[in-house]
Design a protein around this ligand. Structure first.
Ligand code: TYM
Length: 332
């Protein structure tokens, strides 16, 4: 059986990177896999979240996932904290994973920055919880953006160590699914840094809730260079901002980047940026309308999430019980 698990943090508005790198691909995979999609609020609180905002963001992220085309009847959409088995398996993985493995995680180093001593313990053990998310359902495939690759390698290491420590062949080795031209959308202010929710500049990212004016303004102000757009992808060497904007265009219009170069090569950024903004608005506006409609019906969204967590618990429960027996815990 091919089973997908993936998640997104409710730490603020989703941005174009989350959409192109992950959510859009999830929509495409839902026909071929048994899919479980999660709003990972336990991960979100590894950094401080205002409680009221966390609750609102959790609902909004779930609504945006549905508005993007993830069907709640065919897939499981749920909130991580509503399935306690995630935290229970994460504890066991805290005792399987090694300090050295987690110390090498680049995301921890980036997020903790210079003030490592002040980072929460949760931020450090974050990847163990992520491994628990995936392995709790014995998921085989995980569609994510490029930045999650290292966490998935760690998930494989944890699965392997668990299996070998206990002499079992229990957890599968998950395969990352990183595909499409949006796997690494970069900041609009600096083409060498990824687009991220935590960047202090709102001009660095297109948020899924941005209106047409904001989108046009952000692309207009996006950093560029003084040369005309290249006619082939080879011309992006040393031009990360040009590569990023053209990559976004290609991803949004679902064409190879070489085709985007053929279309705009030799032209100026100003005209290209106008076309890019129009394209982004045409893709995002229908999703925004549907998200707003869903947010007007909280009872419906909460119902979907409650149903999702019930179905997730039904899948997770027996797997966690098997893990507990393997570890040597007495049955409850
Ligand atoms: P999060 O919330 O940071 O991001 C959600 C998804 O969006 C992708 N992404 C990007 N893709 C392309 N370009 C970007 N600039 C960009 N920024 C973010 C991420 O790769 C991700 O796929 N740890 C995860 C959440 C998680 C998870 C899981 C994922 C928790 N448990 C289990 C998969 C399986 C995260 O922080 O995602």
């Amino acid at each position: 059986m091919k089973r997908i698990f993936s998640g997104v943090q409710p730490t603020g508005n989703l941005h174009l990177g989350n959409y192109l790198g992950a959510i859009r691909n999830w929509v495409r995979l839902q026909d071929d896999y048994d899919c479980i999609f999660c709003v990972v609020d336990l991960h979100a609180i590894t950094a401080w979240q205002e409680p009221r905002e966390l609750a609102a963001n959790t609902r909004e992220v779930a609504a945006a996932m549905m508005a993007s085309g993830i069907a709640p009847e065919r897939n499981i959409i749920f909130v991580q904290s509503q399935v306690p088995a995630h935290a229970e398996l994460a504890w066991i993985f805290n005792c399987v994973a090694r300090l050295g493995w987690l110390s090498r995680m680049t995301q921890f180093k980036e997020k903790a920055g210079k003030h490592r001593e002040n980072a929460s313990v949760g931020l450090f053990s974050y990847p163990n919880l992520m491994a628990a998310d995936i392995l709790l359902y014995k998921a085989t495939h995980v569609p994510v953006g490029d930045d999650q690759k290292q966490h998935l390698e760690l998930t494989r290491d944890i699965a392997q160590k668990f299996n070998s420590d206990f002499g079992v062949d229990f957890f599968p080795l998950v395969e990352p699914l990183i595909f499409g031209s949006g796997t690494r959308v970069m900041s609009l202010r600096d083409g060498t840094r990824k687009m991220s929710k935590s960047d202090p500049s709102a001009y660095s990212r297109i948020e899924m809730t941005d209106g047409a004016d904001d989108i046009a303004r952000k692309f207009r102000k996006a950093k560029t260079d003084p040369h005309p757009l290249p006619e082939t992808p080879a011309g992006f060497a040393g031009r990360p901002e040009a590569a990023n904007l053209m990559g976004i265009y290609a991803a949004l219009s679902d064409i190879p980047i070489a085709d985007a170069c053929a279309r705009f090569g030799g032209g100026q950024f100003s005209a290209f940026k106008r076309d890019l903004a129009d394209l982004a608005v045409s893709v995002l506006a229908p999703i925004q309308d549907e998200t707003r409609r869903l947010m007007g019906d909280e009872a419906y969204v909460d119902g979907v999430l409650r149903d999702g967590s019930r179905r997730a618990r039904a899948l997770a429960g027996p797997i966690l019980e098997e893990v507990q027996a393997i570890v040597g815990f007495l049955p409850a």
